[in-house]
Design a binder for this molecule. Structure first.
Ligand code: BES
Ligand code: MN
Ligand code: ZN
Length: 508
């Protein structure tokens, strides 16, 4: 979709559809909606009520303009209660509306950026709108023959902002929103690609391709280099597969030469069959998304570079495929990790923590200011928090708070779970320094505690995104499949990194 900003009102613009928004109750109508209402001689509310539309969030109505406007169709979306407004509502509303219009065969539309008097100005609204449109229109159709449905495309979306100062701000917000949303789509594509294509090798190539033309440096360590470095926990995960493992390092230097980088670590298991501790067949295919953490941190780095954020950030992605085979790691095998600690591998399906152990030790060598890892780590986290909320762990209150604030801003929900150190007992092994599973109960906590063993004395946080990385139902700005969860959160975290306490109240 191509975006433009025009200094025009919604009652004057010519397009296939004009989109306005309303608050719940619609009393009074404000902003763009009131302008359209005037052109309809004050009948808009009545007509909407006839469609059982009240202005609640996620409600969309498409009306025939009956010649009262230059546009033949009027699309109206609900923002919910005015006192609960935040730009996330606008993002969601735009996402649902553009999708509804596209499915009706509309290929160009105009959107009023004026919901009415609000603390959020045209920059925030335009940003939310650009994000909503791109996130909502996303389809993964790389492998499909074009059918009638996928031929439908919204090609142009015009943002309507009448004041001149507002227009400049809207253009700025639009650019920022587009940059961040495109990074999210990059992550979604990587997650949605099937594992026969999205191998560790391809993930590394995609990272290198993404870096081209951007101020990013990508280095890929291959199996020989990993052996030489003693990254045996990472190597253990890949042993059953013919696909060689990779460690991908991407670096962005937007800050001072001597400032320490923020290091993002992302789990890059391109397929998780469980290995010898084989998973049941039923939902195994979803495990092509087990590199969602890796995709998210690469996408966040891409956006940081495109936005020119003034700090240094690195991404580390340990990538491997977890398969059974004649050379696969067996339950009971012991490996010595990069950090020197030995690990007894009780369950080969607890592979994420193995390759993250080596990646976290590697991250420490980059002399980080803070380390944040993102991983589809445990089914237990999905049991604890459900499919939409990520688990948040951390050894530093300030860092955890920063992540919570960023999550509030972007509407990607996280909930803190405890690094309850008593449970460290459960990771004691009879033969090695640690074992890789701590039993079924509190599985998300023991997994996080396992990781903590490989983090040095730096502020560290861990996001378990096993639930929200992949969606089995369509939501307005999150279509089914890979969601790109945490990309916007990470970008917001990096953006706010050098600020004082962030302002609260954002995206949910
Ligand atoms: N990749 C899975 C976790 C997962 C589960 C992600 C469901 C997305 C949806 C991870 O590698 C795994 O298999 N974890 C095991 C750990 C157990 C063996 C200790 C689990 O959660 O069952
Ligand atoms: Mn697993
Ligand atoms: Zn896994």
């Amino acid at each position: 979709v191509k975006f433009t900003v025009k200094a025009q009102g919604p009652a004057k613009v010519a397009s296939q559809a004009v989109i306005v928004s309303v608050f719940e109750g619609m009393d009074p109508l404000e902003g763009g909606a009131s302008r359209v209402d005037a052109a309809l001689s004050g009948t808009l509310v009545e007509r909407l009520k006839g469609e059982a539309f009240e202005g609640k969030r996620r409600q969309v109505a498409v009306l025939d303009a009956r010649g009262a406007l230059p546009c033949p169709r009027i699309a109206v979306f609900g923002l919910g209660k005015k006192e609960e407004f935040h730009p996330g509502r606008f993002r969601e509303g735009v996402a649902g509306t553009v999708r509804a219009l596209r499915d009706r065969g509309v290929s160009e539309a105009a959107l009023s950026l004026d919901p009415g008097a609000l603390p959020a100005g045209p920059e925030a609204i335009a940003r939310a709108a650009a994000e909503g449109a791109l996130l909502g229109l996303y389809r993964f159709d790389l492998y499909r023959e074009k059918d009638d449905q996928s031929k439908k495309e919204l090609k142009s979306l015009v943002f309507l902002e009448e004041s001149r100062k507002g227009k400049a701000l809207a253009e700025k917000g639009l650019e920022a929103g587009k940059t961040v949303a495109e990074a999210v789509l990059f992550a979604r594509d990587l997650v949605n690609m099937p594992a026969n294509e999205m191998t560790p090798g391809l993930l590394a190539r995609r990272a290198a391709d993404m870096a081209k033309g951007r101020p990013l440096k990508v280095t890929v360590l291959d199996r020989a280099a990993l052996k030489k470095m003693n990254m045996n926990a990472l190597l253990a995960v890949s042993k059953g597969s013919d696909e060689p493992p990779k460690l991908i390092l991407a670096e962005y230097r937007g800050g001072g030469r001597k400032t320490k980088p923020v290091v993002l670590v992302g789990k890059g298991v391109t397929f998780d069959s469980g290995g010898i501790s084989l998973k049941p067949a039923e939902r195994m295919h979803e495990m092509k998304g087990d590199m969602a953490g890796g995709a998210a941190v690469l996408a966040a780095l891409r956006a940081a570079a495109d936005l020119g954020l003034p700090l240094n950030v690195s991404a580390v992605v340990p990538a491997a495929e977890n398969l059974p085979g004649g050379r696969a790691t067996r339950p009971g095998d012991v490996v010595r990790s990069l950090r020197g600690k030995s690990i007894e591998i009780i369950n080969t399906d607890a592979e994420g923590r193995l390759l993250l152990a080596d990646a976290l030790a590697y991250a420490e060598r980059l002399d980080p200011e803070a380390v944040i890892d993102v991983a589809t780590l445990t089914g237990a986290c999905v049991v604890a928090l459900g499919p939409e909320v990520a688990g948040l762990f951390g050894n530093d209150g300030g860092l955890v708070e920063k992540i919570r604030k960023a999550s509030d801003e972007t509407g990607e929900p996280v909930w803190e779970l405890p690094l309850y150190r008593e449970y460290g007992e459960r990771l004691k092994s009879d033969t090695a320094d640690l074992k890789n599973t701590g039993g079924r109960e509190g599985g998300a906590v023991t997994a996080a505690l396992f990781l903590e063993n490989f983090v040095g004395k730096v502020p560290w946080a861990h996001l378990d995104i096993a639930g929200p990385a992949f969606s089995t139902k369509d939501r307005p700005d999150i279509p089914k499949g890979g969601t790109g969860f945490s990309v916007r959160l990470l970008v917001e975290l990096l953006r706010s990194w050098t600020e004082g306490p962030a302002k609260s109240g954002g995206g949910r």
